[in-house]
Ligand binder design. Structure first.
Ligand SMILES: Cc1cc2nc3c(=O)[nH]c(=O)nc-3n(C[C@H](O)[C@H](O)[C@H](O)COP(=O)(O)OP(=O)(O)OC[C@H]3O[C@@H](n4cnc5c(N)ncnc54)[C@H](O)[C@@H]3O)c2cc1C
Length: 588
């Protein structure tokens, strides 16, 4: 889930948000399809580096994909899939090997429905299809994919690349990869087959290697096609219920067990919790509601720029309380407007009250900023790097369900010590908590978990401390090390991936074995994927001046923070083993 910094001008933005400018390309080339740079939807990787590649290929069918991979294998060129919008934060879509020598393989033309089997409720898709296209195609056949990310701009291959999910503990849980029953991959071949140095591998249910391919960080090869087990479509009934946060941590497990699509948003500074009571209804239930989440609508650029300027001013003046005022207004407005839910009951108002009932494909996910007509950047997706709007980082960590109450209790201690330090996070939707089940996929979750999404301000200027950053760093380290949390592969700052290989245990070894089997020469691997998989002595962190300010390291020396601005490396307040950059003194 992403941020919602629609701020105190949300009402105005609702009225203005009619058109939109779809995002710009993530691959830009100096000459035709060669000499290119690759970025992500935010226009910046966590280490702020630029990814240069020799060329981009845009195959439009499996045959062309095979030829593309084969030609790169012959040249021993590193490759990586880049999707149409590239929504992952880490540097996942940048090929390995020497800078500027790799190949980006775009899947933007691989977005078709391949086949439909209504007898088994299965559909096969090309991997570049977006979630919205997929859900619409399924719904047109009376089928539904029940659990998915809340943002419809991701692709099928991209969701599988990072283990993306929605929220549910029902059945096999909310991860999209749990619905995969077959896959076709194009992988390097060590010897020529029919003239190609690449081959198509078909995996079906029961194949051990499918457990590696279902969540793969793109290091096995290119996913060409995916068969998903769908189910007959249904309706959903959604009510957002606001409660005080007293003792809520003890309700989480029972809420998750009882609420098929439920999630919880915690606003610690406001001591409030919003439970999303979201349940399944038969398709015959009445209601044509839709979910067009406000934060994913086209946002007026002027307002986004104004909001950002306000946020920067509050940062520069150290005004946590100013953030508290804004976030209170924002949260209240979101609650009163239904957050983007539409009843579609004939009223002139979008939202007339709960419950909002609608078709699964209209309720599960949204993202109208992607598909609105071009309006010359008057309105954009909130994080569009072409305007000086939102710029943020995300810490997204799954905590085992068995530990969640203890984790929240610890965070509450920190909140009680520094309540206003949480207001900045609340400008970006607080702590979004979603449920994901333990997975047999090697890079899937290692336990039934609560996935916590925390989004927060990032300065455009490298090396700039963030207001109250010590509190967030303490929570991050507590989640990762005290509670053994697993990072979301497609989000997080670099520190989120420390010790991941150890946390994966034997599953990590099995994954690496499959990776080596399919891509012996590591042509789909990069420094980043090696680092997160603990290979080749590479590490996701890198100590140096100011490295802890952006999560490029955990501080052990003051110079890893910013002593010139009064930020020193200090122990955590509640988790003393944490080392965080805290403003404790005057600048020197
Ligand atoms: C606004 C927003 C909301 C989000 N909401 C959620 C959410 O609700 N739940 C959640 O879990 N996540 C969420 N995310 C994160 C998102 O789901 C992941 O980052 C996802 O991986 C992005 O998919 P993508 O298609 O953009 O892939 P990318 O980010 O472009 O790619 C991810 C990885 O997969 C690889 N890859 C992609 N396609 C293929 C292929 N065909 N073959 C081989 N490798 C491939 C890429 O090389 C890369 O390594 C959200 C992100 C944003 C920006």
């Amino acid at each position: 889930m992403a941020p919602t910094l629609v701020g105190f001008l949300v009402a105005l933005s609702l009225r203005a948000a009619v058109y939109g400018s779809p995002p710009g390309p993530v691959v830009r080339c100096a000459a035709g399809n060669t000499d290119c740079t690759v970025t992500n939807a935010y226009g910046s990787f966590p280490d702020r580096s630029t990814c240069r590649v020799a060329a981009v290929a845009r195959p439009s069918n499996e045959g062309e994909l095979l030829a593309t991979v084969s030609s790169a294998v012959v040249k021993r060129q590193h490759m990586k899939v880049v999707t149409v919008y590239s929504h992952s934060i880490p540097k996942l879509s940048c090929p390995g090997g020497p800078a500027g020598a790799g190949l980006a393989i775009s899947t933007d033309l691989l977005s078709k429905v391949v086949s439909v089997d209504l007898a088994s409720n299965r559909m096969t898709f090309e991997a570049g299809i977006t979630l919205r296209q997929l859900l619409d195609a399924a719904a047109a056949r009376g089928l539904a994919l029940p659990y998915t990310p809340y943002w419809e701009g991701v692709t099928l291959g991209g969701m599988l690349g990072t283990g993306s999910h929605g929220s549910s503990l029902f059945g096999k849980g909310s991860a999209v990869h749990e619905r995969v029953v077959g896959m076709r991959l194009v992988v390097p071949s060590p010897y020529p087959i029919n003239g190609y140095r690449a081959k198509v591998v078909e995996l079906v249910e029961g194949d051990e290697d499918l457990l590696a391919a279902k969540v793969s960080l793109g290091v096995l090869g290119v996913i060409s096609q995916v068969t998903l087990q769908l189910e007959p479509t249904f309706k959903r009934s959604v009510t957002n219920r606001v409660e005080r946060d007293i003792g809520f941590e003890r309700t989480i497990s029972t809420f998750a067990a009882a609420t098929e699509f439920g999630d919880i948003i915690w606003y610690p500074a406001q001591a409030k919790v919003t439970y999303r009571d979201d349940v399944r209804l038969p398709i015959s239930a009445s209601g044509e509601g839709t979910n067009d989440f406000i934060g994913f609508r086209p946002q007026p650029s002027l307002i986004m720029v104004g909001n950002r300027a306000t946020e920067e001013l509050l940062e520069a003046t150290g005004d946590s309380r100013g953030k508290c005022l804004l976030s209170k207004l924002q949260v209240t407005t979101l609650q009163e407007t239904g957050g983007g839910l539409r009843n579609n009951d004939g009223s002139v108002l979008e939202f007339t009250g709960y419950p909002v009932v609608g078709n699964q494909s209209d309720m599960q996910t949204s993202g109208s900023c992607l598909t609105s007509g071009e309006d010359g950047l008057l309105t954009v997706c909130a994080w569009d790097p072409r305007i000086a709007g939102l710029f943020y980082q995300q810490t997204t960590i799954s905590i085992p369900l068995t530990d969640i109450a203890s984790f929240i209790a610890e965070v509450k201690k920190l909140r009680d010590l520094r309540p206003s330090a949480f207001c900045g996070i609340e400008l970006y939707y607080g702590f979004l908590m979603r449920f994901v089940r333990s997975s047999t996929a090697y890079l899937g979750k290692t336990a039934d978990s609560v996935d916590i999404d925390i989004t927060y301000y990032r300065s455009h200027k490298p090396g700039t401390p963030r207001l109250d950053e010590d509190v967030l760093e303490e929570i991050e380290q507590m989640a990762l090390f005290k509670f053994n949390g697993m990072p979301h592969w497609g989000k997080n700052r670099n520190v989120g991936f420390l010790n991941v290989r150890e946390k994966l245990g034997a599953k990590g070894d099995k994954f690496v074995a499959a990776m080596t089997k399919y891509d012996r020469d590591g042509l789909f691997s990069s420094d980043w994927t090696d680092a997160v998989l603990g290979l080749g002595g590479k590490s996701p962190v890198n100590a140096g001046k100011g490295c802890a300010l952006e999560g490029m390291c955990i501080c052990s020396l003051d110079l890893h923070c910013e002593p010139d601005k009064g930020y020193y490396c200090k122990p955590g307040l509640v988790f003393p083993q944490a080392r965080v950059c805290r403003k404790t003194g005057p600048p020197h």
